[in-house]
Design a protein around this ligand. Structure first.
Ligand code: UGY
Ligand code: MN
Length: 263
């Protein structure tokens, strides 16, 4: 246990945090204050749980630092769970029944329900991983399948007609109803913004990997930056501006899709 940033003991400054938690609405979690969680099956890894049903999410997001020899060879997911594994920094080998891939920064592996995901960091450097797990919502006659790649190989696409706000999709969900979610990256050149404040039924878990932003969440304007995590619950009004001086504002985020609401 202990703190994710290994900053322990007394501080010169008064205690404060930028984290804001509004259960079932939204959460902004800054890195300072995150603690390590012990999760069976993970060895030599520092893990913190970011988004979870405890805050209102239908999914779980984790930030994993796989140290030298860090691994999960017991298998993660399987059964009704779908898993998305994304390398933020470093390199790691990940596999399931279908594929074995060496992933470097930007590399990802989606493992569908029924297929456990395994990984191992056999290098000396730490690898930083954004990990997602959710109950797959099946659709008759369709089956989601394993997808691996590197997001750096995917071209940017203009986001909703704006040439300086760009998006990439990780999974073929826009063309294939078998997938019930997608991961995206959204990048705002400095001074740009969403075109409107979104209000939608889908949830998001977003990890900011670059720059700074001003984000509106359920009516609250909140400054956010690289390393922060944002959970946006269903119908949470949301939008952001890219701000700062020298780095685009960008995040990776999940979004459920392709399913009706069950009653
Ligand atoms: O796809 C989305 O809903 C995305 N534009 N939302 C967001 O960035 N908060
Ligand atoms: Mn949205």
């Amino acid at each position: 246990m202990g703190y994710m940033n290994n900053s322990i003991g007394y501080r010169e400054e008064v205690l404060c945090t930028r984290s804001v938690i509004k259960k079932n609405r939204y959460a902004v979690i800054e890195p300072d204050g995150l603690v390590k969680n012990v999760i069976p099956g993970f060895e030599n890894c520092d893990i913190t749980i970011l988004g979870s049903p405890e805050m209102g999410a239908s999914f779980v997001d984790y930030l994993v630092t796989a140290k030298e020899g860090g691994k999960n060879t017991a298998g993660f997911g399987g059964g009704k769970l779908e898993i998305f594994f994304y390398v933020l920094e470093g390199s790691v080998t990940a596999w399931n029944d279908d594929q074995n891939v060496h992933l470097t920064e930007g590399g990802y592996l989606y493992s569908p329900a029924g297929k456990k995901l395994y990984f191992e960091n056999s290098g000396k450097e730490d690898a930083k991983i954004f990990l997602y797990k959710r109950l797959y919502s099946p659709l008759e006659g369709k089956e989601a399948y394993t997808v691996a790649g590197n997001i750096n190989d995917v071209p940017w696409v203009e986001y909703e007609g704006m040439k300086d706000v760009l998006v990439k999709d990780f999974l073929p969900s826009a063309k294939d109803l078998a997938f019930d979610m997608n991961m995206h990256v959204l990048k705002f050149e400095m001074g740009t913004s969403h075109g409107y404040i979104e209000t939608h039924v889908q949830e998001h878990g977003a990890y900011i990997y670059s720059g700074k932003g001003m984000y509106i969440l359920d009516g609250d304007w909140i400054p956010v930056k690289k390393g922060d995590y944002i959970f946006m619950d269903a119908y949470c009004p949301q939008a952001g501006y890219g701000v700062g001086r020298n780095e685009d504002f960008a995040y990776i985020y999940s979004k459920d899709c392709n399913r009706d609401i069950e009653l």
